[in-house]
Ligand binder design. Structure first.
Ligand code: KIV
Length: 274
């Protein structure tokens, strides 16, 4: 007999609430935001986790990779996002080289995200090698979300955005890293662009929620980059992105209409003038 998962409540989403959602079989809906307006709309729509992703690099800043995003960029965007949110858990991506140098640097940067931008948790890419840092952050009270599979900050190492962990050895390493992150105290894990069977297996084997992006429907929740699912960022369209709107077309139409109206003296009308 299939049971109906409980409806989401208006209560503030916490790391503990996400764990309870997993236990209750209630799927977690996560999306990215980079400013207050978008974050407010996501929050009103009932999104559980809002990630201030370093994907801001590609979908907002016009960069080719996430490698160039700085701590200052992330603090700027994260502080706008937290001003727009009251219910969702806000997680801030720690940008490339803000946590890899050593644990003290990671501690300082993750602390800045909390103190200066009010995010409630930090996300870091990587497996066993970052576990000592994850442990230390959790020890001082900073919740950490892990990120395995396709890790865009390492694009120059891999040279490609292809599906990860398709070979048994890489899949085994992923299983080990996922468990290591849980044992280090991560409260949740993002799995990006891996075979759906492996995504489901890891979600079932871990106690912490596993949030997939291109990791199949067997994960405990899903995340997409908002600009991708809105059809606002259209430079590429990976298979795992479902487009819920064609916002770029709507905006283009509005801008063209405005230009037309200004040039033809249709705007402003008397009603729009003083
Ligand atoms: O930066 C980002 O938006 C992310 C998601 C794709 C998970 O890390």
């Amino acid at each position: 007999m299939s049971s109906t998962p409980p409806e989401p409540t208006d209560r503030k989403v916490t790391t503990h609430a996400l764990r309870r959602m997993k236990e209750a079989g209630q799927k977690i809906a996560a999306l990215t935001a980079y400013d207050q307006v978008m974050a407010g709309l996501l929050d009103e729509a009932g999104v559980d986790v809002i990630l201030v992703g370093d994907s801001v690099a590609t979908v907002v800043q016009g960069l080719d990779t996430t490698v160039n995003v700085t701590m200052d960029h992330m603090l700027y965007h994260a502080s706008m996002v937290t001003r727009g949110v009251s219910r969702a858990l806000v997680v801030g991506d720690l940008p490339f080289m803000s946590y890899q140098v050593n644990t003290d640097t990671a501690l300082m940067n993750a602390g800045r995200m909390g103190k200066e931008a009010n995010v409630e948790a930090g996300k870091m890419e990587g497996g066993s090698s970052i576990c000592p840092t994850v442990e230390r952050l959790v020890e001082v009270g900073i919740p950490v979300m892990g990120h395995l599979g396709l890790t865009p900050q390492s694009i120059h190492k891999f040279g490609t955005y292809r599906v990860r962990a398709t070979e048994p050895e890489e899949a085994e390493e992923l299983r080990r890293d996922a468990l290591a992150l849980q044992e280090a105290g991560a409260f949740a894990l993002v799995l990006e662009k891996i075979p759906s069977g492996l995504g489901e297996e890891i979600a079932r084997s871990l106690e912490i929620p596993v949030i997939g992006i291109g990791a199949g429907g067997g994960c405990d929740g899903q995340i997409l980059v908002s600009h991708d699912m809105l059809g606002l960022y259209t430079r590429f369209h990976p298979r795992f992105v479902r487009r819920y709107a064609e916002v770029a077309d709507v905006m283009r139409g509005a801008f063209e209409g405005y230009v037309r109206d200004v040039r033809s003296d249709e705007f402003p009308s008397n009603d729009e003038s003083y």
